[in-house]
Ligand binder design. Structure first.
Ligand code: URA
Length: 247
């Protein structure tokens, strides 16, 4: 049973700034617990199942944060984006402050389900192919899809190296990737299920079978599907990693 914690410590652990800032928020009457203002930073609460309000917004207490974002096009997953804003800018400050980061990456022009957490172990588990977490992609392709393309994707294709500024340098042995699932949804829409998460993997696999991805969307990560009512740019809490594993 966790020990009750001081309210300023609770806010600090949830990303609301330094202990001093958190104590200030509380003393200024910005924090409510159970619908009542608590203005004493030293007041103690049991964190199990605790929710609190800061400046009118409700927050659950969570040891580790796990959220899903409907990633829009035009955002980079990198912490230090080069050409577009970071997906981090779509999250509220407390989640950024506590070190939430993407679990794997989607390209700047890819849309769909992006999980984010501050749990390093979970990031490792969910991105490692050893744990066999399926990710489903829908790729709108330039040319009509054929049964032969699907067979090749399921059998395994040699990925082309991403274009290098210094051709001929840093040559590596060819990478081979195999789809766990591949189906033609309509003439040019391919649904692909992958276990790994290699750089530009879907685009490079589709290029390897002589087609080209024109738009890419990820509707599913593990057992989680993108909620139909979650608009691009919006995020939502995931109750537990078990929802991703499907247990
Ligand atoms: N494969 C890609 O090519 N791009 C993504 O964003 C994700 C998977």
């Amino acid at each position: 049973m966790p020990k009750p914690q001081r309210l300023d410590q609770i806010l600090f652990s949830q990303g609301f700034g330094t202990r001093r800032l958190c104590a200030g928020l509380i003393a200024h009457g910005e924090v409510k617990v159970g619908g009542e203002v608590v203005d004493e930073p030293w007041a103690e609460f049991d964190t199990a199942g605790l929710t609190f309000e800061v400046a009118g917004q409700v927050w659950p207490y969570v040891d580790k944060a796990l959220v899903l974002l409907h990633k829009p096009a035009g955002y980079e997953c990198s912490q230090k984006p080069k050409h577009h804003p970071s997906v981090m800018s779509l999250l509220p400050a407390p989640l950024r402050e506590r070190g939430v980061q993407p679990i794997g990456r989607l390209d700047e022009d890819t849309t769909g389900l992006l999980l984010m957490t501050d749990d390093g172990t979970l990031i490792h588990q969910l991105t490692s192919p050893k744990h066999h977490v399926p990710k489903v992609y829908e790729a709108r392709c330039k040319h009509p899809l054929t049964g032969a393309m699907v067979e090749q994707l399921l059998a395994g294709v040699e990925l082309k190296e991403p274009e290098s500024k210094t051709p001929g340098k840093f040559q590596r042995p060819p990478e081979v990737s195999k789809a766990e699932g591949a189906e033609i949804v309509d003439e040019t829409l391919l649904r692909l299920t992958l276990i790994e998460g290699k750089y530009h993997q879907v685009k490079r696999m589709v290029a390897a079978v002589g087609n080209r991805v024109e738009a890419l969307h990820r509707p599913q990560f593990g057992a989680l599907t993108l909620p139909a009512d979650l608009a691009p740019g919006q995020w939502r809490w995931v109750a537990s990693p078990a929802d991703v594993w499907g247990q």
